[in-house]
Each structure stands twice: as structure tokens, then as C-alpha cells.
Design a protein around this ligand. Structure first.
Ligand code: FAD
Length: 298
């Protein structure tokens, strides 16, 4: 196992700085759509690594997917990162099985106005079981859980940002068997059916809602068809007594994951709770210095 120190590492690396010189060939075992056809497509993909791969990862880390070319500008591979959604013991406790959750992305060309499919996400969402995919990693030692179970975990995310938290929660309750500190998840999505691992198609995380130390709170957009992800900031403010108590407790670790909007909404709520932008900035600086604040944003 690699020696990894919780909340250490550099979250600000650019894609070109990731070492992809030792890729692994993983075989896709399953690809399950976890949002209904009426919503944006998100898939839960499970890959099997070869027995002798030695690809050891921890909850909170990410992998690179190397989508084969040819691509524009002569790139042989198109490289994108994805958060690992499974635990160190493997997806569904299957050794060597690693999972990710991928949103099929499209973007609009500013000049032509044409809609283009995102390369890596479409490559992954179109892949069929049995297919072989090159991955590299794992990366992201800055987003690991503390080892001490008396610590509180405050997890805030939107959309596919749920992936590392699925891994945390499964590791805590399925593998460790519980957690002394508070485990809180504040999660935003555009609609109830876009709540990943908590909708009619996949209820994976619902299994843990009865755990004594775990509570999850969900926010959906007031205007789901306007591309607004959620009212996550309002949800946090509604629970401000506990949230601020946790933020002020030196035993709390804060994790923010998903689109940058997750961090913007979290900041908005924190400024309201701290009383001013400066007061929150000072508090956040302290959390960062004490290595109790980690972001995984894209
Ligand atoms: C550390 C890290 C972890 C990540 N984890 C995940 C993950 O668990 N699941 C996941 O789906 N993505 C994740 N991403 C985003 C992922 O790496 C890609 O950026 C995304 O899949 C688009 O790549 P692409 O090749 O399909 O699109 P490209 O061909 O590179 O086109 C990118 C276009 O897609 C848009 N876009 C990118 N990401 C998203 C998104 N999540 N939702 C909506 N629009 C988007 C961009 O605005 C841009 O217009 C992560 C990124 C980082 C840096």
C-alpha cells in the first residue's frame, strides 16, 4: 500500500502534471445508468483490474482515463480525471474492482454554436462490458479521510461530486463498521431524480440513512430546467446551528466536491454564518492551515 498522509498533496496540479507513464488496462464489468432517461445521463461504471496490477487506492482518490485518439491537435490520448466511487476493498467488496460515476458531457462551441460531445465522458458512457480501458493513477492524496474515527466529517457536494463521498460512507459503515464522530452529507442536484445513488434507479446510499452517526441532507433546484444545480446554500443555512458548530470544532474535517458551483454555494452559506466575507476567509485559512479543508472541484 502507498503511504498516504490524510489531507496532504497538491489539489492544484494541471492535467499535464499527472504521471500517466504507467497506465493499467482495466476491463469494464458493468455500466449502469443511474439517472432516468428524462434527466442528464450519469452512469456507474465498474472496472476490473488485473490480479497482479498492484493498483492500491484509498477512498477520496481519483484516476485518469486515457481515451484513445486520434484527437484534434494530434493528441494521441485525451486524458480526464474521475473520482473513485468505490472503497479500497473494491466495488461490492470485489477485490480489484474499481468504480467511477460519469456524467455524459456536451459543450457548445462559442463560435459555431454547435453542440459537441465531451470526449472522455462519451467514450466512457458508450463503452460496453468486456471493453478494455487504459487508466492511470491513483491521484489526490489531499482528499483522504482522517484515520481517527472521533473526527467529524462535513461533506458538501453537487452532482457527480457524490463519488468520493459514496466511497467514504461505504468504507465507514460497511468496512470499519461505524464512526464515533459526526458524518454529515449536504448534497445538491438539479432534481430528485438526479440525486445520485439516492433515486428510484439506484438507492445505494439510502442503506446508510439509519446509521447513528450519519445524516444526509439534500437540496434540489428551485428551477431545474434552468441549469441551476441546487439550493445547497439555503440548505446549509437552514442547518446553520449544527454546521457552524461543526466548522468551529477542531475535530471537524471539511470536504467539498463536484462542480465549482459546490464551493461557491458553500462559501455563500459560510459567509452568512460567519457574519462577513473576511470572517469566513479567516476561518477557512485556519482550516486549510490545519489540513482540515479539502476541495475536489472541476
Ligand atoms: C479531480 C477531478 C475529478 C473528477 N471527477 C469526476 C467524476 O467523478 N465524474 C464526472 O463525470 N466528472 C469528473 N470530473 C470531470 C472530468 O474529468 C471531465 O472534465 C468531464 O468528464 C468532461 O470531460 P470530456 O472529455 O467528456 O469533455 P471535454 O471533451 O474535455 O469537454 C469538456 C466540456 O464539458 C463540460 N463539463 C466538464 N465536466 C462536467 C460535469 N461534471 N458536468 C457538466 N459539464 C461538465 C465542460 O464545461 C466543457 O464544456 C473530474 C475532474 C477532476 C479534475
Amino acid at each position: 500500500m502507498p503511504v498516504l498522509i490524510p489531507n496532504q498533496g497538491n489539489p492544484l496540479m494541471t492535467l499535464g502534471e499527472y504521471d500517466i507513464s504507467h497506465p493499467y488496462t482495466a476491463t469494464l464489468i458493468s455500466s449502469e445508468r443511474i439517472t432516468p432517461k428524462t434527466e442528464a445521463e450519469v452512469r456507474h461504471l465498474v472496472f476490473q483490474l488485473p490480479d497482479d496490477a498492484g493498483f492500491d487506492f484509498l477512498e477520496g482518490q481519483s484516476i485518469a482515463v486515457l481515451a484513445p485518439g486520434p484527437h484534434e491537435f494530434g493528441n494521441r490520448q485525451h486524458i480526464r480525471l474521475y473520482s473513485i466511487a468505490s472503497t479500497r476493498r473494491g466495488d461490492a467488496a470485489q477485490p480489484g474492482a474499481i468504480s467511477i460515476c460519469v456524467r455524459r458531457c456536451f459543450y457548445i462551441d462559442d463560435v459555431s454554436g454547435e453542440r459537441y460531445p465531451g470526449k472522455a465522458s462519451n467514450y466512457l458512457c458508450d463503452a460496453v462490458p468486456g471493453g478494455r480501458i487504459q487508466i492511470a493513477g491513483p491521484y489526490g492524496a489531499h482528499f483522504l479521510m482522517p484515520a481517527d474515527d472521533s473526527r467529524n466529517l462535513l461533506m458538501v457536494g453537487v452532482g457527480t461530486g457524490i463519488a468520493p463521498f459514496r466511497a467514504f460512507i461505504k468504507h465507514i459503515y460497511d468496512e470499519i463498521g461505524g464512526w464515533e464522530g459526526k458524518v454529515r452529507l449536504y448534497y445538491g442536484a438539479r432534481s430528485g431524480m438526479e440525486m445520485l445513488y439516492r433515486n428510484d434507479l439506484n438507492r445505494d446510499l439510502g442503506l446508510f440513512y439509519d446509521e447513528r452517526s450519519f445524516q444526509a441532507f439534500e437540496a434540489v433546484s428551485a428551477r431545474p430546467y434552468f441549469d441551476e444545480t441546487s439550493t445547497l446554500d439555503r440548505l446549509l443555512v437552514e442547518h446553520q446551528v449544527e454546521v457552524w458548530e461543526m466548522i468551529s470544532d477542531p475535530k471537524t474535517y471539511v470536504y467539498i466536491a463536484g462542480l465549482h458551483e459546490a464551493a461557491r454555494k458553500f462559501e455563500k452559506a459560510m459567509i452568512a454564518m460567519a457574519g462577513s466575507k473576511q470572517a469566513w476567509s479567516d476561518k477557512q485559512k485556519q482550516l486549510i492551515e490545519e489540513k482540515r479543508y479539502a476541495e475536489l472541484l472541476y
